[in-house]
Ligand binder design. Sequence first.
Ligand SMILES: [Zn+2]
Length: 205
Amino acid sequence: MPSDHEGNKLSNKTGNPIGPYAESDDRGVHIRALFTELLRARKPLVLHNGLIDMAFLYQSFYAHLPDRLTTFTADLSEMFPAGIYDTKYVTEFELRLTASYLKYAYKKCKLDSSRRGTSGGTEPHVQLHFCQYAGQMSSYVDYRVCPAVGSVEGQTDVCQRFSAFGWCPNGSECLLSHDTDLIILHDEKDLGNKRTKRKRRKVER
Ligand SMILES: [Zn+2]
C-alpha cells in the first residue's frame, strides 16, 4: 500500500467502506466486493480504452485520486502486479486494425484466429471458452451470441461513420448498414485491393 496518501483510503475507522459504492445492491452483493476480488485474484487486468475506467475504479474503490500521475501509475502497478493491458492500444498501435472500437476489434481478432485454426491448425490460434459462473453470480453476467461472420453478397452499403468509429448519429434510423461483420469483410476487401494496386504500381515502375 502506498504511504503518501494512505489517509485518503475510502473507508471509515471501523473499516467499513464509504462513498457512492458502499451500499450493497438489492441482491446483497457489494460492488466493492467485486473490486476487492479483482485485486485479490492478482490476474492481469484487460481493458479497452481503459484510462478513464481505471481513474473511476481508483477513485470509487481505492483512494482519492492523487495529484501526481506517477503516484497513480505506481499504485496501479502495485494493485495489478500481473499487468494492465489495453486492447485499444494493442489494436491501434500493434495490430494496426482499420478500426479499433471494441466490437470491431473483438470480431476481427476472433475471425483471424478462427481462420488460423481452420487452416490445418498449425498456426497459433485462440479458442474462447467462457466460464460458467455458479449460482447467483451467473445472473450478473450477460452473455450474447456472437454469430460467425457471413458473406458480403446481397448486402446494403456500409455506413462509413459507423464503420470508422463504431457509432453513428442516425442510430437505428440509419439507412446504411451498421453490421460489424459486413464492415470487417469490406475493410478486408479494401485492404486487398490496395495491396494489389501497390504491387501493380511496383511492377509498372
Ligand atoms: Zn449510420
